[in-house]
Design a protein around this ligand. Structure first.
Ligand SMILES: [Zn+2]
Ligand SMILES: [Zn+2]
Length: 317
C-alpha cells in the first residue's frame, strides 16, 4: 500500500506568509549565487539539490492522509481534503460514479474543516462513506453543514452519504483494508487506527498526547504500536514545549521515537505540526530529533527510518 499526506498541520491552517516567502526566496537566491550551479545557470539542478517541496517547506493544510491500495482510504477531513477532492473530480467522482471512504478519528475543527469544501460531496451519484467509532458520527458531520457557518445545508448535498459506526479494537473491512480503531490520549475521544493491507501494517497515532507509553499503561491499545511498518505520530511540540502543555492532547517526536525503538517499528513520520512552527523551527526540531535518535539507537538493538511530514509527501509502506 502507499501513503500520501494531503495536510500535515495541526489545529488551524497556516499558509506561508508573503514575508516568509520573501525571506525564503532571498536565501535561495543567495545560496544559488554561491553554488556551482550559478556558473551555467542550472536552476533546476540547484532546486533538486535544495529539496524544495521535500522537507524544506512543510505546508499549511490541516490533517488529512490517504492510504492507497486497490482502492483508497482517507483518514480525517482537514483542509487538505479539499485538494484530494479536486484530484478525485478528475476521475469517477467527476462523473458522479465515485465511491469515497473516509475514516474519522474525531471531530475537532482541524479534522473536519475540509469536508464542506470536498467537491465530490456535491455531485449527484457519488457515494461518500464516513466511518467512526463515535456514535455521534452522523450528527457531527451534519453540524459542519449548518448555517450561519456554511450556506449549504446537509439536506441539500447531492451525493449519497453513508454513516458507519464501527467497533473499537475489532477489525472491520473497508475498501479492501482491514481497519482496527484504538483509543488515543486526547481531551475529546479520539480513535487512532491500525490499517492492514497486503501484509503491511500502518498505525495512525495523530491527536495523541502519549500519556500512556509503557506496555502496561497502553493495555488493550498496545496492538496499535505492534508489528507496524509505518507509524504516523503526533509530534506537535518540541520536547520542552510538550512538558509545558500538559493535557493539550499532543505529543513530541521523542515520545514516538521511544515507542518505535521498543516496539521495533520500521518507519515513523512525525506530524500535526504546530501552526506556530515556521519551516526554520521545524528544521531545528528535525536536528534535535536526529541528536536524540543517534543517542537512543545505541541503547536499543533497533534502527528505523524517520522523517517529518510535509504536504504532498507520498511513500510506499
Ligand atoms: Zn488535530
Ligand atoms: Zn483534536
Amino acid at each position: 500500500m502507499r501513503f500520501k499526506i494531503w495536510g500535515s498541520r495541526g489545529s488551524i491552517p497556516s499558509p506561508l506568509t508573503p514575508q516568509e516567502l520573501e525571506r525564503k526566496t532571498e536565501k535561495y537566491l543567495q545560496d544559488f549565487c554561491k553554488s556551482p550551479y550559478y556558473a551555467n545557470k542550472n536552476i533546476q539542478d540547484f532546486l533538486s539539490d535544495k529539496k524544495i517541496g521535500s522537507g524544506s517547506s512543510f505546508g499549511g493544510n490541516t490533517t488529512c492522509i490517504e492510504l492507497i491500495g486497490e482502492q483508497s482510504l482517507i483518514i480525517d477531513g482537514g483542509s487538505g481534503l479539499r485538494l484530494k477532492g479536486n484530484e478525485l473530480m478528475a476521475g469517477p467522482c467527476g462523473k458522479g460514479q465515485g465511491e469515497v471512504h473516509i475514516y474519522m478519528t474525531h471531530f475537532h475543527w482541524d479534522h473536519v474543516m475540509g469536508i464542506p469544501f470536498f467537491v465530490p460531496i456535491f455531485i449527484p451519484g457519488n457515494n461518500i462513506h464516513f466511518y467512526s467509532v463515535d456514535p455521534n458520527l452522523e450528527q457531527a458531520i451534519k453540524l459542519v453543514f449548518t448555517k450561519p457557518y456554511f450556506p449549504v445545508p446537509f439536506s441539500a448535498l447531492a451525493s449519497k452519504i453513508h454513516f458507519h459506526q464501527i467497533p473499537p479494537r475489532q477489525s472491520t473491512s473497508i475498501a479492501g483494508f482491514e481497519v482496527t480503531p484504538f483509543k488515543l490520549d486526547h481531551p475529546d475521544p479520539c480513535w487512532g487506527v491500525k490499517v492492514s493491507n497486503g501484509g503491511k501494517n500502518y498505525s495512525h497515532v495523530v491527536d495523541n498526547e502519549g500519556k500512556r507509553v509503557s506496555r502496561a499503561d497502553l493495555g488493550e491499545d498496545l496492538p496499535l504500536y505492534q508489528d507496524i511498518d509505518l507509524m504516523y505520530f503526533d509530534s506537535q511540540y518540541g520536547f520542552d514545549d510538550f512538558l509545558k502543555k500538559i493535557d493539550w492532547g499532543h505529543s513530541s517526536a521523542f515520545i514516538g521515537m521511544d515507542i518505535a525503538f521498543r516496539e521495533k517499528i520500521k518507519k515513523v513520520i512525525f506530524t500535526h505540526h504546530d501552526p506556530m512552527a515556521t519551516d526554520e523551527q521545524l528544521s531545528k526540531m528535525i536536528k534535535a530529533n536526529k541528536e536524540y535518535y543517534d543517542v537512543q539507537k545505541s541503547f536499543f538493538e533497533h534502527e528505523f527510518e524517520w522523517a517529518f511530514a510535509f504536504d504532498g509527501l507520498e511513500v510506499g509502506i
